[in-house]
Ligand binder design. Sequence first.
Ligand SMILES: [Zn+2]
Length: 147
Amino acid sequence: MGGKRKDTKPKIFLVLKIVGFSLAAAGVVLLILGIATPDPSSSNSLFAETAQKMGVIFGGAACLIISISLIFAGFTPSIKRIQVKTTKYVVSDNKEDLADIATDAADIAEPALSKLKKATKQKKFCKECGKPIDADAKFCQHCGKEQ
Ligand SMILES: [Zn+2]
């Protein structure tokens, strides 16, 4: 039962396409027939009255308009598939860009960060005056007290 349901959905779209294209062909034939046939006043005309000729022309135009919406509806899965593919592509493209930006940012920040780390590690404070001095300094640069 479940498998059958899966099969019917694409069939509906196939039917829509077939009906749409058939209706489009019928519409074109009716339009050509209506426009190309001589006026009802002429003896060899297909139509007895002008109203019939106009009816065929409008009928053909209506068939064309309906067929366009049917064909469009028939191609809905393909259009959706293309939209999904495009969205996926845009997202993956952005992901790569973001990764690149993050890598660049890390590269830029790295020297500054290591400098900062070194600076904070290498500094200590004098026991006597409390001013910051180098970690490996034996004497305070400010008061001269031995560390
Ligand atoms: Zn000192």
